[in-house]
Design a protein around this ligand. Structure first.
Ligand SMILES: NC(=O)c1ccc[n+]([C@@H]2O[C@H](COP(=O)([O-])OP(=O)(O)OC[C@H]3O[C@@H](n4cnc5c(N)ncnc54)[C@H](OP(=O)(O)O)[C@@H]3O)[C@@H](O)[C@H]2O)c1
Length: 243
């Protein structure tokens, strides 16, 4: 295990039961940061936390549905109770059920808005007062290359990620003590593509994801942003497959 001066940081990660969130929890715990994992599938969280602890890491988990402000409040309260402070919130939970707008998958649009936008806002709403009181803290918000460019089949998904970028930029401009980082991955190994129900869009996304990088590549970018000195704000990192 690597020892460094960030040893004591407490990092909350939403959507930590698979993909990028899971890889981030494992890497940060390996680097001696204390991690608190949240997601709906607690059986997965329990298994990940148990593996982290077996390797000597410090980790806790709690059931979390980011669409509920009360749940998010309870998640942050739990972390504060366990460790006495929180230093970083990684707003990572997200969904990507793709389809053309003409398919009118309105329930899926609403779910993406609820998780990808409202979930991030809930994380900010609950942690921001604590960060302001501490006069320190960091949000790491997961956008996407779809937060900079729009793709067919992905209008609503991209809209949610443009929103994450806009909210993060606004928060950064309003803050003097708080660091705000946007992480924008390209195609990355995870369960994300499995949320697409439309057959044509599923074909499109499978082709798009032929070139793919491991979730650990994104975890390393998140660790880099957290590890910088307190006066350095890593504002955005784009990480995508070569070629
Ligand atoms: N993989 C990529 O290619 C890629 C590219 C660009 C951006 N991203 C972004 O990266 C983030 C992580 O996605 P991923 O690729 O790692 O996908 P993933 O493997 O599907 O992970 C998504 C996570 O979000 C959680 N989640 C979903 N709904 C939730 C809710 N209502 N409350 C709490 N947690 C919820 C899931 O856990 P439960 O189901 O257990 O709740 C899961 O842990 C997302 O924001 C995604 O948009 C990914």
């Amino acid at each position: 295990m690597i020892k460094n001066k960030n040893t004591q940081k407490v990092v909350l990660i939403t959507g930590a039961s698979s993909g990028i969130g899971e890889a981030t929890a494992r890497l940060l715990a390996h680097k001696n940061l204390r991690v608190v994992l949240g997601a709906r599938r607690t059986n997965k969280l329990e298994a990940i936390v148990s593996e982290i602890r077996k390797k000597g890491g410090v980790a806790e988990y709690r059931a979390l549905d980011v669409t509920s402000l009360e749940d998010m409040q309870a998640f942050v309260d739990f972390a504060k109770h366990q460790f006495g402070r929180i230093d970083v919130v990684v707003n990572n939970a997200g969904l990507m059920p793709l389809s053309k707008l003409e398919m009118l998958k309105i329930d899926e649009w609403n779910r993406m808005i609820d998780v990808n936008i409202r979930g991030v806002l809930h994380g900010i709403a609950v942690a921001l007062p604590i960060f302001k009181q501490q006069q320190s803290g960091q949000f790491v918000n997961l956008s996407s290359i779809g937060g900079n460019t729009v793709f067919p089949n992905a209008a609503v998904y991209c809209a949610t990620k443009f929103a994450v970028s806009a909210i993060s930029e606004g928060l950064r401009q309003e803050s003097t003590d708080i660091r705000v980082t946007v992480i924008s991955p390209g195609a990355t190994q995870s369960e994300l593509a499995s949320t697409t129900t439309d057959a044509e869009a599923a074909q499109w996304v499978a082709k798009f994801r032929e070139l793919i990088i491991p979730a650990d590549a994104i975890a390393r970018a998140i660790a880099f942003a957290i590890e910088q000195p307190e006066d350095v704000d890593v504002s955005e990192i784009i990480v995508q497959p070569k070629g």
